[in-house]
Design a protein around this ligand. Sequence first.
Ligand code: IPM
Ligand code: MG
Length: 393
Amino acid sequence: MITTNMVTTNMVTTNMVINNMIDEMEKKPKQYKIAVLAGDGIGPEVMTEALKVLEAISRKYSLDFSYTEALVGGAAYEKYQSHLPEFTLNTCRNSDAILFGSVGGPVDEQLNEKWKGVEVNSLLSLRKHFGLFANLRPVRLYPQLASSSTLRSDIATNGFDILIVRELTGGIYFGQPKGREGAGDSEKAYDTMVYNRMEITRIAKIAFDAALRRKRVVHSVDKANVLTTMVFWREVVEEVAKQYPEVSYEPIYVDNAAMQLTKRPSDFDVMLCGNMFGDILSDEAAAIAGSIGLLPSASLSEKGFGMYEPSGGSAPDIAGKGLANPIAQILSAAMMLRYSFGLNSAADDIETAVDILISQGKILTPDLGGNNNTSEVGTAITQNIMQLTDYAD
Ligand code: IPM
Ligand code: MG
């Protein structure tokens, strides 16, 4: 009898312990695994600021972010003789999202082994490997930054808010054949621009879906007056457009789009582009927004896996001097919270903190006419986030 009771008591106790453990486990916040690939040039210094901001967010919302740093680009080459070592690729595979800095070296060192093919070997390989076909590049002109914009002042005062939706794993960047052959006068080199129906349809849907949550205007950028690929692009986008009667759709030639961006940027909402046109127009959009250092981006796969990186490059000329603007990297981290983790309030906080910083206009890096360094800007954004916490309390 006594033995039976003891066994029963022990079982009850054991069950309670297990239940408590399950409760504890359920209370334990989910861990978000982030692969941190800072890369070259200004990458590491702007990444430090993004991680500073993420730490503030993790404290505010009791979130468990775990970071695994891995080398990429020239930085990886020095250690592994590879621009995208297996360790880095595995770190990305084992993470929930990738936060990427930038890769690439000085223009006059492009032929050094360390830098030869670095963008193609690292960044483009990552995009292709994870099927990150949908590149979202939001570009806004804050009224306070009108004087940093390359726009004429009467146009700049209208501001603008554009989302460039760039196809990222096809087109002339990846089309085959690609090559170089022959010698002397007949030596030649070639790339192939190719898109299939599936590739155009899926990126067009991303653009139209995004437009539904915005001003409901899509301009599809092409060169259908010259390129067969772009005639097809236009036909397929038109088919998708029919499924979105609420969205106003207009095709536009890329050369004209480049011009209209400087004349009437506020008429654009979503700009749907192939890989190369999206690359070119996003740099132009950056210049009219005031600085390439402001532009974040998200690159997403069909499964929703994402890599987040500034739209600009590694800026080796200013690397290590504390001059780089960390805002693009910080806003890329906000996009990661929104798109990969569904942490919308946390993403809103970061974006609001950046809005406050810019509207106050006191703490800015030199690209925006300020005198502050990279770290001061990151700290100020972090403090703004903490103050938002005070308001919330
Ligand atoms: C970008 C960059 C890259 C691109 C380079 C670094 C390969 O310019 O993300 O816009 O051309 O896609
Ligand atoms: Mg580019």
